[in-house]
Write a protein that binds this ligand. Structure first.
Ligand SMILES: [Zn+2]
Ligand SMILES: [Zn+2]
Length: 378
């Protein structure tokens, strides 16, 4: 992939000459960046081979081997390969009013996220405020909040978003898990308030036993958490792909959930539409674009739309699966994103990427943002 090539190219030419720098910049963020690279990236297969056990006895432990090969397929993040840490990287600056960016890493602390957002020319930024796949809680102390806000002030980011932990299930019928989820969710809201983030995006829960009870438990959990964690952060329920017993794959179901939350808390509720999830859930953003938004308006009202996650999908329409793909390279394809990027009614809605980042997140995300902008008709 192109990002891989640019990182290896950078390693080859340790000190880039100015002409090389600007060429790379064009490659990363210019219109040509939309062309897929024909150059072969180092084979993923060989990486998988390396980490796979070699002896015959290991064949018996197939699940472990499968897990190892899954890990091998997903390259570990190596900060040295990220263009954000390359002193010769030129951050793109866009002369428009779009609120467009990506989910960026907070590795090393939340104050490291804003420079990463600046490196991709972001005007909107999403982060995790803690490890998303761990229960371990943490609070944002004032030192951290100061550093974060100062770093943010040094960017053009005007919309800040947190995504909550993947473990939280406020709809669970298991009271222990649900209690733990509520405590964790309160922590999410408190960190958002401390850092001064505009939005918290949250996946509705999984009902497990019965849908109606699950939605009710979900609403009660949200209500309790909002009551315990006052603040300005808007809570955005994200549309889901609808796999398993997940709540929120239809606009009507999100509306039902929000309606169960009493005022004044309901006023803090909004919706995040994820293009990959919506398409997988059966909303045809490619061929029935206007219809999809008409359905949204009927069920929820457009004023509830606060955030968009721009992701292409690795799986077909209505697959009910959640597998993100690079913009224009999945089943949604260029057409859906052309609709979105030229939709005046979505102009002021912050849009963030959650697309695969490869080995060089900064170069990849910068390329995706340039690609999205290239879809805008003049
Ligand atoms: Zn999403
Ligand atoms: Zn997703």
């Amino acid at each position: 992939m192109a990002k891989r090539r640019s990182s290896t190219a950078r390693k080859r030419a340790k000190k880039a000459a100015p002409s090389e720098k600007s060429r790379r910049q064009t490659k990363a963020a210019g219109p040509r960046a939309t062309k897929a690279s024909a150059k072969k990236a180092p084979s993923k297969k060989s990486a998988a081979k390396k980490s796979a056990p070699k002896n015959a006895a290991a064949k018996k432990i197939a699940p472990a081997k499968a897990a190892a090969s899954r890990r091998a397929r997903k390259p570990a993040f190596d900060a040295r390969l990220d263009s954000a840490n390359d002193p010769s990287w030129i951050a793109p600056v866009w002369d428009d009013d779009l609120l467009l960016g990506a989910h960026v890493s907070t590795a090393g602390g939340t104050h490291n996220a804003p420079p990463r957002a600046r490196a991709i020319g972001a005007t909107a930024m999403q982060i995790f405020t803690k490890m998303a796949n761990r229960w371990a809680e943490r609070a944002c102390e004032s030192d951290e909040c100061h550093s974060f806000r100062a770093a943010l002030g040094d960017t053009r980011v005007r919309a800040t978003i947190a995504h909550d932990s993947y473990l939280i299930n406020l709809a669970s019928p298991d009271e222990t898990l649900r209690r733990r989820s509520i405590e964790s969710f309160v922590g999410e809201l408190q960190r958002c308030a401390a850092l001064g983030l505009d939005y918290l995006v949250s996946h509705p829960g999984n009902f497990i036993d019965d849908r109606a009870s699950g939605i009710r438990r979900n609403a009660e959990g949200i209500t309790e958490a909002l009551a315990r964690a006052p603040g300005q952060t808007i809570l955005c329920m994200e549309t889901t792909a609808g796999g398993g017993s997940s709540i929120g794959s239809s606009f009507e179901e999100l509306a039902e959930l929000i309606a169960l939350i009493p005022e004044p808390y309901r006023s803090r509720m909004a919706v995040c539409v994820d293009t990959c999830h919506a398409y997988s859930a059966g909303y045809d953003l490619v061929n029935a674009y206007a219809d999809v938004w008409a359905q949204f308006d009927d069920a929820l009202g457009r004023e509830r739309l606060a955030v968009l996650h721009l992701n292409d999908s690795r799986t077909p329409f209505a697959s009910r699966r959640d597998r993100h793909e690079l913009i224009g390279e999945g089943s949604l394809g260029e057409r859906a994103f052309r609709h979105i990027m030229n939709d005046e009614r979505l102009e002021r809605v912050p849009k963030v990427l959650e697309t695969p980042k490869g080995t060089d997140p900064t170069a990849t995300d910068a390329k995706m943002l340039a690609r999205l902008r290239s879809y805008r008709s003049a």
